[in-house]
Design a protein around this ligand. Structure first.
Ligand code: ZN
Length: 148
């Protein structure tokens, strides 16, 4: 079963889509110059995906950052050939997607993934996590603190 994908972009993502530096996103927002106004989520800004997509000519549901990410609500019987099983940075990783903030998904092999050595789901063989050095929309909230 598929879970709904997150419907908000963070500042790094809109910066990429609008071809701006993240800092200029905050500046332009303060001046009311962004194509789509942000929503405040706690201490950080987020942007509605459908509206941002429309501003750059993408389909409302398109996910240009990970077009192949398929969220799972439960572990698969096996990992399909050519796919990677990936979990987010929440520890411990639950065996049901969404439990305590755990998320996992199937993805295409890519440079942002690194083999994970935690003992989650050993029956499925190797699994992966998002490389901390690459973009991870879950953990990039630190950049939001620059909004002040
Ligand atoms: Zn792991």
């Amino acid at each position: 079963m598929k879970l709904k994908r997150p419907l908000l972009y963070d500042v790094d993502q809109v910066a990429q889509l609008w071809d701006k530096h993240p800092n200029s996103i905050y500046r332009d927002n303060a001046r009311g110059r962004l194509p789509v106004a942000p929503i405040r989520v706690g201490a950080v800004f987020r942007w509605p995906r459908a509206a941002v997509n429309a501003s750059v000519g993408l389909d409302p549901d398109a996910d240009p950052f990970e077009p192949d990410r398929e969220y799972l609500s439960r572990l698969p019987a096996s990992v399909p050939a050519g796919r990677r099983l990936v979990h987010n940075s929440v520890r411990p990783v639950a065996r049901r997607g969404g439990t305590r903030g755990s998320r996992f998904w199937l993805s295409e092999p890519g440079p942002a993934l690194e083999i994970c050595d935690c003992d989650w789901a050993p029956e499925l063989g190797s699994h992966y996590r998002v490389d901390a050095a690459s973009h991870d929309s879950v953990s990039s909230d630190a950049s939001g603190s620059a909004a002040k």
